[in-house]
Design a protein around this ligand. Structure first.
Ligand code: F6R
Length: 606
């Protein structure tokens, strides 16, 4: 993924670029770097680890040029080392920063090495620096140099380059990876998203795929993929200020768990009309056009999609399939009868989900985005948006965005069911009234921190953990396993309770933690039998459910009681103990909760 920044203007670039990189840290935190043209010299500072390492370095050895580029890395090609950190410099002449993957880099590297170019890193990105150096050595002007480089490279990229031979000029381009350009008097800034420039300007333009631009402090020429000068609209972006304040919590994740009553209330409001009636943001004719749905997403958003499928099929009788975004556009999906692709993404920038959405468009489907970041790529490109109003989510592990996604999906399911007559008004109203009680139930669930702490204390020594659920609680079990593994690095898997006997039960041995979500509905008795089988083989049984539900599992060692709620809405309330269990286990283990190893908040590489 990575985040890139470029600045040219009347200020010293160091603080501006570091400020932007701080806002891009959600995209990666393996290493970072900055390059500038200072007193006619290209200077470079790079550091492995979080941005604080680069800040410390630049404090000791500041960079004072008025043009510069910066990068925050999530390693793809090449290990997490200083030599692989960006910017990449060639001969003290050219520096580049890159987000994405140059897919034909191996061929290009071979070709360049044969012509005696010396490589210093193991990255795909360094070929860009060499290609620019070669173009400038041949005497090409910036636009021609850009065109020459772009003709050579394939893949997904957003990059920025500076050259000593053109010390007033930023050269940038994008294909598939996002790039925004911000303007104000006397300066221009480019970055992977508009939030990264919120400290300087709100006047922003977004490059389209295959666009490239030559930018000085006072001028910006944008060209499209046909090498024609392109006019791109400048929009006013209300970028949220960076939330550095943890409001007294130890971690953003802890804060974001506590923000869920608000996130859910705000999202419910976005799903209702001015009179408070549930519309899911769509009028009757739009709802009627939705005949079959494909829900596409990645990671936690995918588990939201799977819960959404149960809801939409049950309440509206509309066929739904769920697709992992990274698979969708490569497997030639058959779409006969499908009318609508709904892409679910917190960031709105996951490249897998964006590419899947573009593929759905090519297949002729209407696209709906359930997106948290309003000015993200998916939000801009989808035919329609059903917004989640969770507010900025900074912790890498998704929490409040997940429950907000669930709220949009249940609202959509109710609205579809009511519109097509599958749900009568009184049942639809009953469900909606119960949904309105969820923020309160989640507020009460914050007490679970105390109840779960001793369980997390025991779980921290586990090598493996299973999560089980039936029906709407099955995808929640998968989400529980994902949260635990990403935060505490404990191996965890989620299974449908009924699947245990078909294989996974072989894993059960003395003391294996098994977290099981149980409901009060007709599924309850079956879940009890499945758990009994695991308990008989030595499993350490932890049950999560309402008091009535957990009372049925009298043999459980641990009981996590969630507030009462309508059974179909249980995944929303049940998400809170999932998050708290993962958070507290990670806390006990001392892992980096807001920025777990190897992860990034926004995944913009395939
Ligand atoms: C897990 C998590 C990830 C994301 C996934 C998709 O806690 O946050 O699995 O859900 O990378 O991201 P978005 O929703 O931004 O497309």
């Amino acid at each position: 993924m990575c985040g890139i920044v470029g600045y040219v203007g009347n200020k010293a670039c160091q603080d501006v670029i570091l400020g932007s990189l701080e806002r891009l840290e959600y995209r990666g935190y393996d290493s970072s770097g900055i390059a500038s043209i200072d007193n006619d010299q290209l200077v470079l500072r790079r550091a492995v680890g979080k941005l604080s390492e680069l800040k410390a370095k630049t404090q000791l050895e500041p960079v004072s040029g008025r043009i510069g580029i910066g990068h925050i890395r999530w390693a793809t090609h090449g290990g997490v080392t200083e030599k692989n950190a960006h910017p990449h410099l060639v001969n003290g002449e050219v520096a580049i920063v890159h987000n994405g993957i140059i897919e034909n880099y191996a061929d290009l590297k071979k070709e360049l090495i044969e012509k005696d170019f010396l490589f210093n890193s193991d990255t795909d990105s360094e070929v860009l620096a060499h290609l620019f150096a070669r173009a400038f050595n041949e005497g090409l002007e910036p636009v021609a140099a850009l065109r020459t480089v772009l003709k050579k490279i394939e893949g997904a990229f957003a990059f920025a380059a500076i050259s000593k031979s053109h010390p007033e000029t930023l050269l940038v381009a994008r294909n598939a990876s996002p790039l925004a350009i911000g303007f104000s008097d006397e300066m221009a800034i480019v970055a992977s998203d508009a939030t990264a420039m919120a400290h300087l300007t709100s006047r922003v333009t977004y490059l389209k795929d295959n666009d490239y631009a030559v930018i000085t402090a006072k001028n910006c020429d944008i060209f499209d993929g046909n090498n024609e000068l392109a006019k791109r609209e400048i929009v006013q972006v209300k970028a949220a200020p960076i939330l550095l304040d943890k409001a007294g919590f130890r971690h953003y994740m802890e804060k974001e768990i506590h923000e869920q009553p608000d996130a859910i209330s705000h999202t419910i409001s976005a799903m209702t009309d001015v009179s408070g009636n549930l519309t899911a943001g769509l009028d009757s004719s739009s709802l009627s056009q939705i005949k079959q749905i494909v829900l596409v997403a990645a990671g936690t958003s995918f588990y939201a999609a799977q819960i959404g499928r149960y809801w939409i099929e049950r309440l509206a009788g509309i066929p739904v399939v769920c697709e992992i975004a990274s698979e969708y556009h490569y497997r030639n999906p058959a779409v006969n009868g499908y009318t609508t692709a709904i892409v679910i993404s917190q960031s709105g920038e996951s490249i897998d989900s964006l590419m899947a959405m573009r593929h759905a468009k090519i297949l002729g489907l209407e696209t709906l985005g359930i997106v948290n970041v309003a000015d993200s790529s998916i939000a801009r490109e989808a035919d329609r948006i059903l917004p989640t109003r969770a507010g900025p989510e900074i912790g890498v592990a998704s929490t409040k965005a997940f429950t907000a996604q669930l709220v949009v999906l249940i609202c959509l399911a109710i609205a579809l069911g009511k519109n097509n007559g599958r749900l009568d008004s009184s049942r639809a109203n009953h469900l909606f009234q119960n949904l309105l009680k969820i923020p309160g139930a989640i507020g009460k669930s914050m007490k679970l921190f105390d109840q779960i702490r001793p369980i997390a204390h025991r779980l921290k020594n586990a090598r493996s953990c299973l999560f089980l659920g039936r029906d709407v609680l099955f995808p929640l079990a998968c989400e529980g396993a994902l949260k635990l593994k990403e935060l505490s690095y404990i191996h965890a898997e989620g299974f449908a309770s009924g699947e245990m006997k078909h294989g996974p039960i072989a894993l059960v041995e003395d003391g294996l933690p098994i977290v099981s979500f149980v409901s009060e509905d007709e599924m309850a008795r079956k879940a009890v039998s499945n758990l009994k089988e695991a308990e008989a083989r030595g499993g350490y049984i932890i049950v999560v459910g309402t008091q009535t539900a957990v009372d049925m599992i009298d043999f459980a060692v641990e009981k996590i009681i969630i507030p009462n709620c309508e059974p179909i809405l249980a995944p929303i309330v049940g998400a809170i103990p999932v998050q708290i269990l993962a958070y507290l286990t990670a806390f006990e283990k001392g892992t980096d909760i807001d920025q777990p190893r190897n992860l990034a908040k926004s995944v913009t590489v395939e």
